[in-house]
Design a binder for this molecule. Structure first.
Ligand code: AVJ
Length: 319
């Protein structure tokens, strides 16, 4: 039997229906918004991987530094036999964890991008031929049906992606993750930390313009999937630090007054000149906040590790 299987937990048209609902809802309200999960088609996933190598985008390197330093400790305290990774993407950093877990039975990468999942699984299996890989194409914010695999389970949610959820969504999400855990299981959570605004803004508005291309990619996705006629170059990429809510917002700012047609929704959307479409929130955290949010979901923070420069944190918590 092949050690690789892939399950689409979304029915055939679920992605299309969800995109239509999100676009209709987000573009007919004020201010206009789109959820960040739609960035990640094949092109968007490649652009994101490129972002992680930019000099300004520190979170990936900071998190990798922590993983390298702490993987053995994580393996020791969790004794994980199943690793479930939410938003696994290229599974690049996960290698450090997998290498520290020689007794791992099953790796369950969960992502909305099927292309990222199959690419990651292929390269992983080349190095770890014995490992069972059960990939799930799923939206992990909507409740997961996990395969039956041996415990203890370690659920990893890396990269700071939890910061893409708004506070109420985050609370619901952490509660649903808590529901996946049995006694002895653990959650490994990556959170980017509050820091100087100029460092944060540069990380989301790099000099080479890769983040701008990534941001505008969501318009191409809507064009392709819903037949819309967005001109990505009619929008400027903007990154804003919200000091009160302690999050970065990525926006697309209309360079002119324009009307965009979205045939699949039978919709015409007007943008004023200078009007913003919010495409992403990326919240930044403090230790007390993370501990409190975990506690509210019934999870106890047991370990808190940061990189040398205190930019990013990995935390371990148990049910
Ligand atoms: C993958 C969600 C963690 O919020 O930093 C990178 C996505 N957006 N640059 C982040 C992203 C703009 C990234 N996460």
């Amino acid at each position: 039997m092949s050690p690789f299987s892939l399950t689409r937990t979304l029915p055939e048209d679920a992605t299309g229906a969800a995109l239509r609902a999100d676009v209709l809802h987000g573009l007919t309200r004020t201010p206009k918004t789109l959820p960040p999960k739609w960035f990640y088609d094949a092109r968007g996933s490649v652009l994101f991987d490129e972002i992680t190598t930019l000099p300004e985008y520190y979170p990936t390197r900071a998190e990798r530094e922590i993983l390298v330093a702490r993987a053995a400790r994580i393996a020791e305290v969790t004794g994980a036999r199943t690793l479930i990774e939410l938003g696994s993407g290229s599974s690049d950093k996960t290698r450090h964890l997998l290498d520290a877990l020689p007794d791992l039975d099953t790796y369950v990468p969960v992502d909305v991008s099927e292309s990222a999942l199959t690419g990651a699984a292929n390269s992983l299996l080349a190095d770890r031929p014995g490992l069972r890989v059960h990939a799930l194409v799923a939206d992990f914010t909507r409740g997961l049906a996990l395969p039956k695999t041996p415990g203890p389970r370690l659920v990893a949610f890396l990269g700071g992606t939890v910061g893409n959820l708004l506070p109420a969504e985050r609370a619901a999400f952490l509660t649903s993750v808590r529901g996946l855990l049995s006694p002895g299981d653990a959650l490994l959570l990556g959170t980017d930390l509050v820091k100087d605004a100029s460092v944060l803004v540069s990380a989301y508005d790099d000099a080479a313009g890769v983040t701008a291309a990534f941001n505008k990619n969501v318009l191409r996705v809507v064009n392709r999937e819903l037949g819309a006629d967005f001109d990505p170059e009619a929008f400027a990429h903007v990154a804003v630090w919200d000091r009160d809510r302690e999050w970065i917002e990525m926006r697309l700012r209309s360079r002119l007054a324009q009307t965009v047609k979205i045939p699949a929704l039978d919709l015409a959307v007007h943008f004023d000149r200078g009007e913003d479409l919010r495409t992403e929130v990326s919240a930044k955290f403090r230790e007390d906040g993370v501990r409190g949010e975990l506690a509210a979901a019934g999870l106890e923070l047991t370990q808190w590790w940061t990189d040398e420069r205190g930019r990013f944190a990995l935390s371990l918590s148990t049910a």
